[in-house]
Design a protein around this ligand. Structure first.
Ligand code: TGC
Ligand code: FAD
Length: 386
């Protein structure tokens, strides 16, 4: 059956290089990742070796310049995220956290030594990074964080807990955000630093092909050279979030497209009442409505990519994309699942796996409520977060 995004000829809006990058990523994932992802989801694991594979593919920090990164356009990065999340949100999340949160925090706010030490290894996947902002009592409101960094002579001593941290248990370096007397600052904490430990969160019903962990910091002593020198307030981690949220705007389209494609394919072969279920008007209504929704999401994503490339993309515009595309994707994944009937609850098919993953995507990187409030703030000039 037809690729739903072809209906409006959306691929014709892409440049040749962007199309090539998208096709390369899609082909690699089809051969090496898609065949295993349901198994990883069921087992609740993500193999560490995947990092090097994704490094070879060139998607880790691909939108950054220098230090072994490809320096592609924002759109090419978005399209890679789309294809990654078409396979599984956990795979896109790995790449988002590595490239847009861990690497971007170092690339944007780090010293030259920090960049030289970490970025080339993170780009190849030899090293894995994570980003610790959320705490048990401070998710949507990171400004309240309790993790503290206190000066002790030339050093800093960190105490606190971060939770729900993607890649935490795999990471060789954690970007940890902490409160100091001067305000919020970022620190690079290498694995193995005394007092630093991680514990993976189990029994997840979503994002199972992804490692999610708690980070514990107990009297972790770090030199001044571990601090990100250019990060001077909460604005720094929130700026990193813009990068990752941009990837999610595209990624959500991938999960939606894949769910819809599964429903389209299934409806063409599943026969009930002596006809393929695709021939019933009610099924076609679902398929048509979802195609309109996923096309709208893709056009919005393309628009935001062009704004990003022009250097004018604003946080509230990213909020429109993250809110709309994730809400739309989860609705499409659930609706697609209904077309698969009982088979739809099996891991053999992707829609329910996508829907379950999208429960996390709906919550992380700013919940839908937070993004609506950001849009409301931009419209009215009145912040109503607190
Ligand atoms: P507020 O006073 O509004 O802002 C503090 C400073 O930051 C600036 N700012 C931003 N800058 C850049 N980008 C943004 N999106 C920004 N939002 C705010 C702001 O201008 C201000 O700057 P300055 O210089 O005047 O000090 O802060 P607030 O405490 O009122 O909070 C605002 C709010 C609620 C929007 C913010 O806290 C927020 O975004 N909360 C959601 C938290 C969140 O998204 N956490 C995500 C953690 S990481 C994650 O989930 C990874 S998931 C894995 C994956 O990505 O795959
Ligand atoms: P809360 O903030 O407690 O929100 C609970 C509910 O209250 C939500 O519905 C929310 O919208 C609502 N709410 C809160 N404030 C308001 C308000 N002002 N007005 C209206 N409603 C409000 N964090 C990291 O730092 N790094 C990571 O790598 C990372 N990875 C993650 C991976 C997964 C799989 C998941 C599930 C989470 C991850 N997170 C990560 C954490 C994520 O960013 C937080 O879960 C998210 O920011 C929401 O915080 P919370 O879960 O504490 O919910």
């Amino acid at each position: 059956m037809q690729d739903p995004l072809q209906l409006l000829d959306i691929p014709s809006l892409l440049g040749d290089e962007e199309r090539d990058i998208q096709a390369t990523v899609a082909a690699y994932l089809a051969a090496h990742v898609r065949p295993h992802v349901a198994e990883w989801f069921e087992a609740g694991m993500l193999p560490r070796e995947l990092a090097r594979e994704l490094g070879k593919l060139g998607v880790l920090g691909m939108h950054l310049e220098g230090y072994g990164c490809a320096g592609t356009s924002a759109l090419a990065y978005g399209l890679a995220c789309l294809e990654l999340e078409a396979v599984d949100s956990g795979i896109r999340s790995f790449v988002s956290v590595q490239g847009s949160l861990s690497m971007f925090s170092i690339w944007q706010y780090g010293s030259e030594e920090q960049k030289q030490e970490w970025l080339p290894r993170l780009a190849t996947g030899e090293a894995i990074g994570c980003f610790g902002l959320t705490e048990p009592d401070f998710g949507s409101n990171p400004s309240g964080m309790r993790t503290k960094a206190v000066r002790d002579g030339a050093d800093w001593v960190l105490n606190g807990t971060k939770t729900w941290i993607t890649n935490g248990g795999l990471a060789d370096v954690a970007t940890v955000w902490a409160r100091t007397e001067e305000g919020i600052r970022g620190f690079l904490v290498p694995r193995g630093t005394p007092g630093f430990s991680t514990r993976d969160i189990k029994q997840k019903l979503s994002m199972r092909a992804s490692v999610t962990s708690e980070l514990a910091l107990e009297d972790v002593r770090l030199p001044e050279s571990a601090r990100l020198p250019l990060a001077t307030s909460l604005r720094a981690p929130l700026t990193c979030l813009n990068e990752a949220r941009f990837g999610i705007v595209f990624g959500a389209v991938g999960a939606a497209r894949d769910s819809l494609q599964a429903a389209l394919d299934y409806s063409g072969t599943r026969v009930q009442f002596d006809k393929p279920i695709a021939s019933f008007q009610l099924t076609q209504r679902k398929l048509a409505s979802m195609t309109v929704q996923v096309s709208n999401s893709m056009l919005l994503a393309l628009h935001l990519a062009r704004l990003k490339e022009a250097g004018t993309l604003k946080p509230e515009q990213i909020s429109v994309g993250k809110y709309n595309n994730v809400e739309s994707a989860i609705a499409i994944a659930r609706e697609s699942r209904t077309i698969l009937g009982a088979n739809g609850i099996s891991l053999e098919y992707s829609p329910l796996r996508h829907a379950n993953n999208l429960e996390s995507v709906l919550t992380y990187e700013g919940t839908s409520d937070i993004h609506l409030l950001s849009i409301g703030h931009a419209l009215t000039g009145i912040p109503s977060f607190r």
